[in-house]
Design a protein around this ligand. Sequence first.
Ligand SMILES: [Zn+2]
Ligand SMILES: [Zn+2]
Length: 304
Amino acid sequence: MSEWQWQWWKEETSTLNQTKRADDFRALQGLWDLIRIGHEDYLRSPLFPVVMSVAFYFTCMVPFTIFDLWGKNWNWIHKYKIQPEKNVTWPACRNAILVILWNHCVYILPAAIGQAIWTPPTPLPPVAPTMTEFVLEQVVMLLIFDFQYFVWHYTHHRVKFLYKHVHSIHHQYYSPFCWVTQYLSPLELITVGTYTTVLPWVFNCHVFTTWSFMIVNIIISVEAHIGYDFPFALHNWDPTGIIGGAPKHDMHHMKPQTNFAPFFNHFDKAMGTFWPGLQAGGIKNKKYIEFENNKKMEKAKKKY
Ligand SMILES: [Zn+2]
Ligand SMILES: [Zn+2]
């Protein structure tokens, strides 16, 4: 670390120290200390968030690739498939993996190297964020990200030129599986990456919150594409019906003019683009059948 970087780092940490209030209870302090102490050299590197995100994404792929390729014979996992009749084949996985690797080598790697050269080391405040700050910032950023992506996604389905040249690659798969999460055009990948990076910066988040937001984003995006409706998934426990989950996004791949918001349901409901998802085993529940019947009636009324 050069002299100016060291001076900047000392100032940064001392300012954050001054903001620490003695009466703050920081439930995350133990975890933050565990992550931080002794690993400062790696964590300060501007490359760390990139390496962490890429490593986490590829790790998430391992179990679901195994389930997809061999799970057809394992009823304990196959019964949760949303489109059980659709087979995920190795050539389909390989095709998606090659595109993802290409995007990572051609776009993400140079951006990461540029960041490593021009960005100063990440400040690691000794004090963790409070639980309120942490949760509130995560929720607000997820809601904003959901809105930003809704607008981007809606536009890229409604404007033919944008759909054809940017978003259509993601829709090559009618039935999504884990690798489809990042089976994106470079422009879409860069847009999503920019939203995820800029939001914590705008909110001046603690690095722990920033990194957690990146991980939460990957978990939610991967879950939306796994093609399984697990009983423990958050959307099955949400009494408000605001969380979309895998069934909702699976339906977007089946009916591409519906369900544009990636995480939540409220924008789609407000814009009339919501369509409920199928449940594990491809089952249409009571609500789905009612919804489908209402849509059919609306369509018939419009005709006459
Ligand atoms: Zn998708
Ligand atoms: Zn789409």
